[in-house]
Ligand binder design. Structure first.
Ligand code: ZN
Length: 270
């Protein structure tokens, strides 16, 4: 079966991960801009990071037959320094026409601070002015529900934002309705132990239905990895769902969301 990993941080992964994905049938990935495992001190570090995402990583992925796309932003974990964040935001508009850039993301909140909200609002404005798709990071653990509600309220109050062009990621059982009931896409990020595991991911797909859900592995600097995406699909199949149903979730849903922009080249398979 073919897969798409719609949220994966390839810059933090080894070539073994690319080989694993290639063997498992992952044919395309989308990589949001995020934290680099440490706080960067200058905007020029982000300029290099954006070049890594737009030029270096697509070539690395292509060696394993994987089509690599990306998103640009300053993430919430580094948004506390508003002056630095504004310098980084200025770097983004000239890159939005790059053929590998799908939109603005992953923007959102981490600890729900005033500065994070300011930087989030300024990047929502950027996305609206340039008519970009948006990918949202919601806080992990105890701040998740509050952060997700703040994010969805800001997005709903901006009449320029069409909710079907926004993916709210890292949803769990208590936040998935906040996303989908307001017309947004929901992302499920699967981790090995903490947060949503493959079994819990399959539970959520069964409980809430697969409509407008993109399942991903994040595969970031923490304990995570691309096996979590394929394990979730195997768990879903093990429960008696057909391969066509799984393909619709693990491949077609990403094509439906990303295909709203002009650059995504893969089409739904039926
Ligand atoms: Zn991420």
């Amino acid at each position: 079966m073919k897969y798409i990993d719609p949220h994966i941080h390839c810059v933090s992964r080894t070539t073994d991960d690319y080989q694993y994905m290639s063997r498992c049938g992952v044919v395309a990935v989308s990589e949001p801009a995020f934290w680099a495992g440490f706080d960067r001190s200058t905007a020029s570090s982000f300029a290099d990071y954006f070049r890594h995402l737009t030029d270096v990583e697509p070539k690395r992925a292509a060696r394993y037959g994987i089509d690599h796309y990306c998103w640009l932003c300053i993430n919430a974990k580094e948004a506390e320094n508003v002056a630095l964040a504004r310098d980084v935001i200025k770097l983004i508009p000239p890159l939005l026409n790059h053929p590998r850039v799908l939109g603005v993301g992953e923007i959102g909140l981490n600890k729900n601070t005033r500065n994070e909200i300011t930087v989030f609002e300024e990047q929502v404005d950027l996305a609206a002015r340039y008519d970009q798709l948006i990918l949202i990071h919601t806080p992990h653990l105890e701040d998740k529900h509050k952060g997700t509600s703040i994010i969805t309220s800001i997005l709903k109050n901006d009449k320029r934002i069409r909710p079907e062009r926004v993916l709210i990621d890292h949803c769990e059982e208590h936040t998935i309705r906040l996303a989908r009931d307001n017309g947004f896409w929901a992302g499920l990020t699967i981790y090995p132990v903490t947060k949503v595991t493959p079994q819990r991911g399959a539970d959520i797909l069964e409980q809430f239905g697969p409509h407008m859900i993109c399942v991903n592995s994040a595969s970031d600097w923490g304990e995570s990895g691309p096996t979590n995406l394929t394990d979730t699909c195997l768990e879903y199949l093990r429960r008696g769902h057909s391969e066509a149903e799984a393909l619709d979730i693990f491949y077609n849903n990403s094509c439906r969301f990303f295909g709203q922009g002009p650059k995504w080249r893969l089409r739904e398979i039926h």
